[in-house]
Design a protein. Structure first.
Length: 314
């Protein structure tokens, strides 16, 4: 267990350093925004590109990996949604935000650094393959469900699925992560190689992704205080930290995923809630305090659940 903690605790210490630096004013919030933009547009895309360009897939199909992860997501999202509506008597819009907050892991800013640190290259391959469809599916499903819930709660006309797909598809086409995935897979398929000079630059930028991502997410957390309905947000956080990784672990085991792939999926599913859940709540002006609280609670207690799953997988 000491070895597990020595691997997990540094990840959360970097988040704490970022939070503290922003909280006490050592670094301005604008610095955190700039650092987050660097991570999202340059550092993490370089890490994904390098990982996929050099990966050896060994004939493994990505379908079992995607299936295992999204079985866990579907179970957790459904439980979170029904819990908010039936147990806490909230409307359909809050139900969607509760379900999304319970099942949307921060795979980019926390999951990738964690898997890189604890599993290694094969784990990064698994998370990169997951990222190829994770953001598109989660954002499309979240937007479609919120469109329907808004029409039900607020009245008005519901946008068609075609309009939602066009909007999300246009955003994804400009997404640096999606572009990096496509270029990395193309390099791998065509067996292309970077020259040593460019390769060194790519490696250095990729190496900066983990610490920069963790510090930037820590700084961003100062914007998401715990407030509002602690009962509902605490319950959603419990689903995120406990039910989602348990369901992903069970599905990965039943589908017989390779050990490194299973470890990567379970670890990345056990990390705190991603900021995208809050972005959806902002977009539809509902459940902002719920999403923000779940992000903060899961980050505060994430070190415990991540350590537990790291111990189980070890």
């Amino acid at each position: 267990m000491t070895t597990v903690l020595s691997n997990v605790v540094p990840v959360f210490l970097l988040i704490l350093i970022g939070w503290t630096a922003a909280r006490v004013g050592l670094l301005k919030q604008e610095t955190g925004d700039a650092l987050g933009e660097f991570v999202f547009k340059i550092a993490v895309p370089m890490l994904i590109f390098r990982t996929l360009a050099d990966a050896h897939f060994g004939g493994e199909s990505p379908l079992p990996l995607w299936t295992a992860y999204f079985i866990g997501v579907a179970i957790t999202w459904t439980v979170g949604h029904l819990m908010a509506k039936t147990l806490f008597r909230r409307d359909a819009k809050i139900g969607v935000i509760a379900g999304m907050s319970s099942s949307f892991a921060n795979n980019v800013f926390i999951g990738l650094p964690l898997v890189d640190h604890m599993v290694g290259k094969e784990g990064l391959v698994a998370v990169s393959i997951l990222l190829a469809i994770h953001l598109p599916i989660m954002m499309i499903v979240g937007t479609v469900l919120m469109e329907g819930a808004s029409a039900q709660v607020d009245g008005g006309q519901r946008r068609g699925i075609g309009a939602v797909l066009r909007q999300v598809g246009g955003n994804l086409a400009r997404n640096p992560l999606v572009i990096a995935l496509a270029i990395g897979i193309t390099f791998n398929f065509l067996d292309l190689r970077l020259n040593p000079t460019i390769g060194t630059v790519v490696n250095q930028l990729a190496a900066s992704a983990s610490p920069a991502a963790l510090v930037s997410i820590g700084m961003a957390l100062t914007r998401y205080p715990i407030r509002g309905d602690v009962g509902l947000s605490g319950s959603a956080a419990l689903l995120k930290l406990a039910l989602l990784p348990t369901a992903v672990f069970a599905a990965s085991t039943l589908l017989g995923l390779p050990p490194d792939w299973r470890a990567a999926l379970v670890l990345t599913s056990s990390v705190p809630t991603g900021i995208n859940a809050w972005l959806i709540s902002q977009r539809f002006r509902s459940g902002q305090s719920l999403a923000a609280s779940v992000i903060s609670i899961t980050t505060a207690f994430g070190v415990l659940t991540v350590s537990f799953w790291a111990w189980v997988l070890s």
